[in-house]
Write a protein that binds this ligand. Structure first.
Ligand code: PRX
Length: 683
């Protein structure tokens, strides 16, 4: 997929117009600043820190760290001794110092066209302060974890920033996750409070969110963990109208008559009733630089999700700076990131980065295909979106429908396009560039992870010549390297493990409650380096090309899933004794889930069982993990020592007969049989 040589005509440059106003107008300036950022990070980030409010200044070294497990505990510290509050920096200062109170912070666009709402910085600050007071009245204190399980509504941002204001640690769980996944995350974070909503629509589909939240709390109770309070926002029920002050139009599909809202008076509290009486003044809690800011769970290769912990000052500086420079943010921009806040992209580039810059963003509740496949472009025209950020999977999905749905809308306001979440294939890149951006918008292909907090490999739009499919070069402060299997750094054009040699402010600090797991996953394999888990190739011009995960993780529609997580959901079904899951390339989703299952003696494989297994995985993890293929595997290919040979299973899933060296295989007749019965069509 990665070309050996990119022809000159396939290298793209930002326009001269863009260079005139850009923060980083040329590749030479990028290189100069990049050198400064890695040779003298204290000065580089110290200058940036001057634009923020610090209650107290840092006392220790600006940056202190150890990446080498052989030298002791891994740690990363930025600006020790300083104290600040992110909510104060991104709301109060925008309202009071920068006089942006009347500027729109969010254009909220509901699932249903016509259901829309505008929130200014002043209104957002007021809502956040009220809800922060509500949290305090419920006994939430600095350092307490709060779980949030909400749809894409303004109140989700309000809930997260209210936590930040009082120094509580938010743990947002994507509203597409199952009750079981929510329960697991609640228990791991040991939170005392859950914030949720009654329900929401995704396209035509009604999600009874409170029902799922209650199921999760019940599961927690059964496992001996009780949550005392659950605050529920009425988004679809009748009273939801109260939240629509300032709404531009009446809510379609709301109130909703099919909604099921179980209510437990001992635990449940109504968001609206609580905020009604709350004061809109709330003094921010000043937090130390390395105090926890949030936990966000991401799939772990053992199957148990890991709580990635980010801390206050470094994350604030890094998301604000990457947002400003990578999207070349200008004050008149209208920015739209289509991610869900339940993922890191939504944390860093819907909430923190844009608000830190005083930006106006679109917050979209719906889907790119509802009510039709022009929805994205309709929204771009409606709000005059200038900077647009989405995932390759969405681009590939829309590509299928051709140009006409895109060209129905003008898109004249667009100036920059971005992608995130998975490698973008050159075909999708070209379609995005030519059809959506009409060859006038640079594309920033941003490589990063939940763990990195913000972009780490990315073009800067006016400075970096773009090669379709390459995330190009490191962002300021980031020092990548490519290692071979023995841990040696490779120079020049090379292929191997992508690692980072020193920390940047926004990187994760630990796995919540499990420092040992943090060190094992990211630092043990190659002492002295942070290991991303991705393969990477560097070409002769020094461009980085991500080649995909090299661990047992799959990337389905830009979402990471561990094969172990899906396998354990499958074997929990009584009919399954063993399961092995591999990725099979998919034209839209990037990868699809191909599952091999060995059944209990006497059980027959049929459509009903297949449907049950699919349901089982959906209920255990969530709809994103629904298997695409399930194959009955009377036996799995194993080495003589009993290890499943996934490499062989991957070949079977893709019907590739060239198996390479299979001399360690215990019984090769198993492979023939699996080839013979392989699934040809996804269900
Ligand atoms: O494999 C890489 C892929 O997504 C992984 C990180 O997933 P997650 O933590 O869920 O965060 C996704 C959003 C930042 C990476 O290890 N990935 C992300 N962006 C790119 C990418 N692969 C190639 N190119 C990208 N631009």
């Amino acid at each position: 997929m990665i070309p050996d040589k990119v022809p000159k005509e396939d290298v793209f440059h930002g326009s001269e117009d863009l260079k005139k106003t850009a923060h980083i107008p040329s590749f030479e300036i990028y290189k100069e600043l990049y050198l400064k950022s890695i040779e003298n990070p204290d000065e580089f980030w110290g200058d940036i820190a001057k634009d923020f409010f610090w209650k107290t200044n840092h006392t220790g070294p600006f940056l202190d760290y150890n990446f080498d497990v052989t030298k002791g505990e891994i740690f990363i510290k930025f600006m020790e001794g300083a104290s600040t509050n992110i909510c104060y920096n991104i709301l109060d200062r925008n309202v009071h110092e920068r006089k942006l109170g009347e500027k729109v912070a969010f254009y909220w666009e509901g699932n249903e066209p016509g259901d829309a709402l505008t929130v200014t910085y002043r209104e957002l600050l007021q809502k956040v302060c009220r809800f922060a007071n509500v949290l305090k009245s419920q006994g939430v204190k600095k350092g307490d974890a709060v779980s949030i399980y909400m749809p894409m509504v303004v109140e989700l941002v309000v809930a997260m920033l209210a936590c930040v204001r009082i120094g509580a640690v938010h743990s947002i769980v994507f509203a597409g996750f199952s009750a079981e996944s929510l329960c697991e995350r609640i228990m791991d974070s040991q939170c005392s409070l859950l914030i949720t909503a009654d329900g929401f629509y995704r396209g035509d589909k009604l999600i009874n969110l409170k029902l799922l939240a209650d199921e999760a709390l019940q599961k927690c109770r059964e496992k001996g963990f009780s949550i005392q309070r659950c605050i529920m926002l009425k988004h679809l029920s009748k009273e939801a109208e109260e939240t629509l002050l300032g709404s531009q139009s009446p809510p379609a599909k709301r109130p909703c008559s099919d909604l099921q809202v179980p209510w437990n008076p001992e635990v449940d509290l109504c968001w609206h009733a609580l905020v009604r009486g709350a004061s809109d003044e709330c003094e921010p809690e000043w937090c130390a630089s390395e105090d926890p800011l949030f936990i966000l769970y991401t799939s772990g290769s053992t199957g148990k999700p890991k709580g990635v912990l980010h801390t206050v000052s470094g994350y604030m500086l890094y998301t604000a700076t990457t947002f400003k420079l990578v999207f070349d943010y200008q004050p008149d921009d209208v920015y739209w990131c289509t991610a869900d806040i339940g993922w890191i992209t939504g944390h860093s580039y819907i909430t923190y980065g844009p608000l830190a810059n005083g930006a106006t963003s679109v917050l979209f509740e719906g889907l790119p295909t509802y009510p039709d496949v022009s929805r994205m472009w309709e929204i771009v025209d409606k709000y005059h979106v200038s900077k647009f950020y989405t995932a390759p999977t969405a681009i590939r999905l829309l590509m299928k429908y051709g140009r006409e749905p895109v060209q129905k809308y003008k898109r004249e306001s667009l100036k920059l396009l971005g992608t995130v979440g998975e490698p973008i294939n050159p075909e999708a890149w070209h379609w995005y560039y030519s059809v959506v951006g009409e060859k006038r918008c640079p594309i920033v292909d941003t490589f990063w992870q939940t763990e990195t907090g913000g972009h780490v490999l990315t073009p800067l739009p006016a400075a970096t010549p773009m090669k379709p499919g390459s995330a190009t070069f490191p962002f300021f402060g980031v020092v990548p390297a490519i290692l071979n299997e023995s841990g040696e750094e490779l120079e020049g054009p090379s292929d191997g493990y992508l690692v980072f040699k020193q920390p940047w402010p926004g990187m994760m600090r630990t796995v919540y409650g499990n420092q040992q797991r943090f060190e094992t996953i990211y630092f043990k394999k190659f002492p002295g380096y942070y290991v991303t888990g991705d393969g990477c190739r560097r070409d002769k011009d020094g461009y980085y090309w991500i080649t995909g995960r090299i661990d047992d993780m799959l990337n389905v529609s830009g979402h990471l899933l561990s094969t172990a997580e899906v396998e354990s959901a499958l074997v929990e079904h009584q009919a399954v004794v063993e399961a092995a899951v591999v990725g099979r390339p998919h034209p839209v989703k990037g990868e699809s889930l191909y599952c091999f299952v060995t059944l209990t003696d006497g059980v027959t494989f049929n459509r009903t069982l297949e449907a049950e297994l699919r349901k089982q995985v959906r209920e255990k993890i969530g709809a994103i993990a629904t298997p695409d293929f399930i194959q009955n595997a009377p036996a799995l290919p194993k080495t003589r020592s009993g290890k499943i040979m996934r490499r062989v299973l991957r070949k079977i899933a893709c019907d590739e007969r060239d198996l390479g060296d299979i001399s360690t295989l215990a019984d090769s007749s198993v492979v023939e049989q699996l080839f013979h019965n392989r699934c040809r069509m996804a269900v």
